[in-house]
Design a protein around this ligand. Structure first.
Ligand code: ZN
Length: 280
């Protein structure tokens, strides 16, 4: 993981702002097409926040936020918004990571440091992000995997993953299952390709207070996801054989660290394959 700080300056910074403004405009357009006026209103809030960010930066404020992935520093991260939600201080101007990604990067670098130090680990990055290689140690055996051609080292369908049993010690599966119609097949493959004693990092937007909601089709106003997982996801993973832990950011990072890296209150799932399988 890159830990050195690096300020993004000059033309690069201007380009980041321009790209961000374009992204806000595109998302607003998408919500307008979907007839979600709340999303358009939140887009206007995002524009105002971007304006404040630019103004603050031009005044030369000291860096208060640090991205643990790319090293960007600045007064605040950019906002992120959805049709019904708006969050300030989320998206890195340097690498585009959200606080969810920064939490995973910090978790792998800190809490899994001993796991990775024990021996050279085989890592599968499913649906890789352009910066997720940096989450893992440089000497890890890293393979990226995606359904789309040309974006990963291996192309394929997670429901029939082209890897032998127990091929990996770690997988990262970030915002993937909620795009797959037969997610049960994908979950069974996630178990099969993980070695006994291995660890899976699974993260989605979750409804922690209710059951999974199947949309029936990709929903434009929910990042084209086809479902929103609920708490029953934990039971489904356990039924396949995983030991599932909910990792809460507040137990992993202290408040100053959360603020410094712009990590909001959130949780993700740690799926361990037991050393001795008791799988059905
Ligand atoms: Zn960054």
């Amino acid at each position: 993981m890159v830990t050195a700080t690096r300020a993004v300056r000059g033309p690069q910074k201007a380009w980041d702002w321009l790209a961000r403004a374009g992204s806000i405009a595109r998302t607003m357009g998408s919500y307008a097409l979907a007839r979600r006026p709340e999303g358009v209103t939140n887009g206007l809030r995002a524009f105002r926040s971007l304006g404040r960010e630019i103004s603050s930066s031009l005044r030369g404020g000291a860096g208060e936020r640090v991205c643990p992935i790319c090293g960007w520093t600045g007064p605040r991260f950019a906002p992120a918004y959805y049709f019904d939600r708006y969050h300030d201080d989320i998206r890195c101007y340097g690498c585009g990571s959200t606080d969810r990604c920064r939490l995973l990067a910090l978790y792998v670098g800190r809490d899994l440091a001993c796991f990775f130090a024990a021996r050279r680990r085989r890592v599968l990055d499913i649906g890789p992000m352009r910066y997720s290689r940096a989450f893992f140690p440089a000497d890890a055996d890293y393979v990226s995997f995606d359904l789309r051609p040309g974006v990963a080292m291996v192309q394929g369908d997670l429901r029939a993953a082209p890897f032998p049993d127990g091929s990996f010690d770690v997988w990262l599966c970030f915002h993937v299952l909620d795009l797959i119609p037969d997610d049960g097949a994908a979950m069974r493959e996630l178990f099969r390709i993980l070695a006994p004693g291995g660890i899976g990092l699974l993260d989605h937007a979750m409804n922690w207070d209710g059951p999974t909601e199947e949309y029936g089709a990709p929903r434009r106003d929910d990042n084209n996801h086809i479902r929103r997982y609920g708490r029953d996801l934990l039971d489904r993973l356990a039924a396949i054989g995983f030991d599932v832990d909910v990792v809460d950011v507040e137990t992993v990072l202290d408040a100053p660290t959360r603020e410094r890296h712009g990590v909001q209150p959130r949780r993700f799932l740690l799926c361990r394959r037991p050393e001795a399988d008791a799988a059905p």
